[in-house]
Design a binder for this molecule. Structure first.
Ligand SMILES: Cc1cc2nc3c(=O)[nH]c(=O)nc-3n(C[C@H](O)[C@H](O)[C@H](O)COP(=O)(O)OP(=O)(O)OC[C@H]3O[C@@H](n4cnc5c(N)ncnc54)[C@H](O)[C@@H]3O)c2cc1C
Length: 496
């Protein structure tokens, strides 16, 4: 991805077949699908790729044991199929993980054991391995720090783990390889119209501080929790489509969950699912499900959410974490397709919704990271028909996703507490469209999520490297460092 090259193409006056607004899982999936079919595609992202919900997930490619309990077998079956396809197409980013449900009650093992057999069956030939019942010693061996009092055994099942922001960059690179033109830090601010019909967009390039006018046969609104804002721009009378539910995660040192297995608590005291997952030499604990009134670019965890997560982690972990152990915490907002006004967000469907507005804006929202490819296939099939494009088959079910180029050995580490190197900063600037210190420390690497204090400490060095790569001045280094350190302060748990 090369910014000057993308800008040149976007300013060439070309009429694109499809223009996608939003560079999260949904929009990037659509760009890959459409470009791989041979359509001409442009994608504009207001902030960074995956800067919204798509970098703040639990990082699971999963069928969703929770949706099994809700009886949404169709969603579980689709998600399990997608899990299998993604494990094949991006083996460098998606891997199998053992999950253990600890059983304390008399009937827990039988109940969850049976449910997970159904999960195995729904996965069919793309199963990652059969679930099985564990006795108490086996459970203690898998989950070395599990609370032993009253433990009867457990159930082991398989799901997959991935790095959400890295998959987003991979999708962006793959779309570019197939000819799509992508630009981050470019916000769509208005629609171009012919009569009432949308014929393109007006966007603001926030890096170059200039306007861009781009024409397209069809415009796709894939802006996640922000879809209603663009729908209202199209039609001020549009009724809201999404409800917002916030999910928070805490990051702890790995010593709280040694071993290779994740812990899954199928029902917390208020009916949620809770995970403690080994992730890059840390433990990710989450998530919550809290209704929020309005979408936020940088959502912040509520004090009650953090307290809830710590309280449950303490209940299930023998060596119990306290606030001072939290290395970072972060929140994301789910776009949930609306139910009745009184419906609680945790019981709203994780299915997606596709709709067309009066000006021809195609909006897609909802769903999960896991199902981004299937959603994209459906969207591009429909978009092609509406835009009158020649029918072309979807090829993404068997399309390998691009791997990043390896970094040179011998590069300096960014920080002794972080598993990243300076060469990764240079690669992010040269090949992965990183424009800011936040792009590098939050999404090209995951420093901000793994250890917010350490990420803050290496911000000046990262700003200096980026300045060399992007041709920036000293004032830019100072401003970028200050902006990132202000952001990182919000990821450091208040007790620390
Ligand atoms: C806490 C939490 C945990 C989750 N865990 C999982 C999980 O483990 N597995 C799973 O499968 N799914 C998970 N999900 C769901 C998954 O993360 C989301 O379904 C997915 O990321 C949504 O992607 P999106 O592209 O629709 O939205 P987003 O990622 O929010 O992307 C929308 C983009 O649109 C951009 N945008 C907005 N307005 C404009 C504009 N005017 N111009 C240009 N761009 C604009 C935004 O900047 C944003 O980047 C989780 C969600 C949450 C909140």
């Amino acid at each position: 991805m090369n910014r000057p090259h993308s800008l040149e193409k976007l300013r060439s006056g070309q009429v694109f077949d499809l223009l996608v607004i939003g560079g999260g899982a949904t929009g990037l999936g659509v760009a890959v699908d459409a470009a791989a079919r041979g359509y001409t595609v442009a994608l504009l992202e207001r902030g960074d790729f995956a800067g919204g919900t798509s970098s703040r997930s639990t990082k699971l490619i999963h069928g969703g044991v929770r949706y099994l309990r809700q009886g949404n077998l169709k969603l579980v079956r689709t998600a399990l199929r997608e899990r299998g396809l993604l494990a094949r197409n991006a083996p460098h980013l998606v891997h199998d993980l053992d999950f253990i449900i600890p059983a304390y009650g008399l009937t827990d093992r039988a109940f969850y054991g049976l449910g997970l057999k159904l999960y195995d069956t729904l996965a069919g030939p793309l199963s990652l391995g059969p679930s099985r019942i564990l006795n108490r010693p086996e459970t203690l061996k898998h989950l070395l720090n599990i609370e032993p009092t009253g433990l009867r055994g457990g159930v082991l099942y398989h799901d997959a783990q991935f790095d959400d922001a890295r998959l987003a960059v991979t999708l962006a690179l793959t779309a570019t390889d197939h000819g799509a033109v992508l630009l981050n830090h470019a916000e769509v601010v208005e629609f171009n119209r012919d009569g009432g019909r949308i014929t393109g967009v007006l966007a603001r390039d926030r890096i170059g501080d200039r306007n861009l006018s781009i024409q397209a046969r069809l415009v796709i609104n894939a802006t996640g929790v922000f879809v209603d804002g663009l729908r209202t721009l199209e039609d001020p009378a549009a009724a809201p489509l999404v409800s917002l539910s916030q999910g928070t995660h805490l990051v702890l040192p790995r010593s709280f969950l040694p071993g290779a297995s994740a812990l899954m608590v199928p029902k917390t005291e208020d009916g949620r699912v809770l995970f403690a997952i080994p992730w890059r030499d840390r433990v990710l604990v989450g998530t919550t499900d809290t209704a929020r009134p309005a979408p936020e670019v940088e959502p912040r965890a509520l004090a009650g959410e953090c307290a809830f997560l710590l309280a449950h982690a303490r209940r299930y972990l023998a060596k119990a974490p306290s606030a001072k152990d939290v290395l970072s915490f972060f929140a994301g907002q789910r776009p949930l397709v609306r139910g009745k006004p009184s419906t609680e967000t945790k019981s709203l469907s994780r299915d997606h919704s596709i709709s067309i507005g009066p000006g021809g804006l195609l909006t897609v929202t909802g769903g999960k990271w896991t199902t981004y490819r299937a959603m994209a296939e459906e969207v591009v099939d429909l978009a092609g028909r509406i835009a009158g494009l020649p029918a072309k088959p979807c090829i993404t079910a068997g399309l390998p996703l691009r791997a990043s180029t390896p970094i040179r050995p011998g590069s300096e580490p960014l920080h002794h507490r972080l598993p990243y190197f300076e060469a990764e900063v240079r690669r992010a600037a040269r090949e992965e469209a990183a424009q800011t210190v936040e792009d590098v420390l939050s999404r090209r690497t995951r420093c901000l999520l793994l250890d917010a204090g350490a990420a803050s400490a290496c911000a000046p060095r990262v700003a200096a490297i980026l300045a060399e790569e992007l041709g920036r001045e000293d004032a830019w280094i100072a401003a970028q460092t200050a902006a990132f350190q202000k952001l990182a302060a919000d990821y450091i748990y208040p007790a620390n």
